[in-house]
Ligand binder design. Structure first.
Ligand code: SAH
Ligand code: SF4
Length: 349
């Protein structure tokens, strides 16, 4: 993606460029095409943070590159370590935006939850990320840097990535797609979570990435879903589920639905029946999530016993259901909460 540096609009962010974009740009500048391969590998395989260290390039070329391009960076603003091994990072972008990422340890490896935007404009009623709206989109380079920084700081390898931190990845479509293209994490180890922008889900299907799509459903009917998620006023539950089923057919990848259990809002036996009717026979997976309570919202998590009963009902009805393990519960585990805390303290947005 061709995007400017966060603080210097006269320079192009070279880390966000795809290999093709870099080659075309360098050739237009009068350079040999193979130079693009050398630079790309320095940036993406060796993690170069300056043109100076690209010793295989002439001094003149390094100088020329640094006049036209920049390599963005992220710095660690704060870091919280949970007793279960989860680490939550708050990174600062070069222009002072706060970006959170959470590193979780599972039996099958380390997973990093990354943000795709600073803030979010979707306005879901239960979510801390959307409370102050969207500040700006993140560039592909900044998403890549979330992984690089977490690896560097923790000394651990990130084996899988979930695009489930702050932001709506499909509202930052091009950057999210280019991130998926650029990262060296295998596509089968990437999950992208969306609140359900149907036109973008259709567009994403065209790419045929072998990623896992997660769809935040949270209610089986329009009355409740529209109350929780304003996006439902545009694309109704029926349309969403149809679009997702089409996506599944087209890509051959199984989709999972996310459902945060909210006390007295979406957890009744009747709603379990409605969910069964909505999803049965579609080959999808349903993830029940324990709601993380945020101070600004009136919603409370469904008590455990009722959550178990809801899950059993769905299973009896033939759905494939799991309850998501809750990692980092003692460190503002929920999406957007750490960033919001820091904003309230008066750090930059
Ligand atoms: N914007 C995308 C991805 C980021 S949100 C999306 O909405 O899917 C990642 C997940 O966290 C979504 O499933 C979202 O619904 C969920 N979420 C947001 N706030 C939450 C909260 N307070 N408790 C539990 N899950 C929450
Ligand atoms: Fe945005 Fe997702 Fe939060 Fe909704 S749940 S406000 S789409 S980050």
């Amino acid at each position: 993606m061709i995007v400017s540096m966060p603080c210097d609009k006269s320079k192009t962010d070279i880390l966000s460029m795809t290999a093709d974009e870099l080659r075309e740009t360098l050739v237009a500048m009068g350079e040999k095409p193979f130079r693009a391969g050398q630079i790309f590998s320095r940036l993406h395989e060796k993690g170069a943070t300056s043109f100076e260290e690209m010793s295989e390039l002439s001094r003149e070329l390094r100088q020329k590159l640094s006049e036209s391009f920049g390599i963005p960076s992220l710095s660690i603003a704060t870091k919280q370590q949970s007793s279960d091994g989860t680490v939550k990072y708050l990174f600062a972008t070069e222009d002072g935006n706060m970006v959170e990422a959470v590193l979780m340890e599972y039996k099958h490896g380390n997973s990093l939850c990354i943000s795709t935007q600073a803030g979010c404009r979707m306005g879901c009623a239960f979510c801390a990320s959307g409370l102050n709206g969207l500040v700006r989109n993140l560039a592909p380079s900044e998403m890549l840097l979330e992984i690089a920084m977490a690896q560097k700081d923790s000394g651990k390898r990130v084996d899988s990535v979930v695009m489930m931190g702050t932001g709506e990845p499909l509202d930052n479509f091009e950057a999210s797609v280019d991130f998926i293209r650029l990262t060296d994490i295998g596509k089968r180890h990437i999950s992208l979570s969306t609140s359900g922008l149907c036109d973008r889900i259709e567009r994403l299907a065209e790419y045929g990435f072998e990623i896992t799509l997660s769809v935040s459903l949270h209610a089986p009917t329009d009355d409740i879903r529209s109350r929780l998620m304003p996006v439902n006023r545009k694309w109704k539950v029926e349309t969403l589920v149809k679009t997702v089923t089409e996506y599944q057919k087209k890509t051959g990848r199984r989709v999972s639905y996310e459902y945060a259990m909210i006390d007295g809002v979406n957890d009744s036996p009747a709603q379990a029946e409605a969910l069964i009717k909505l999803l049965s026979g579609r080959g999808a997976h349903l993830n029940l999530i324990r709601l993380n309570q945020i101070p600004e919202s009136p919603f409370r998590p469904t008590p455990e016993t009722r959550l178990d009963a809801f899950k059993k009902r769905l299973e009896v009805g033939g759905l494939n259901v799991t309850v998501r393990r809750r990692l980092g519960a003692d460190i503002d585990g929920a999406c957007g909460q750490l960033r919001r805390r820091s904003m309230q303290r008066g750090d930059r947005s």
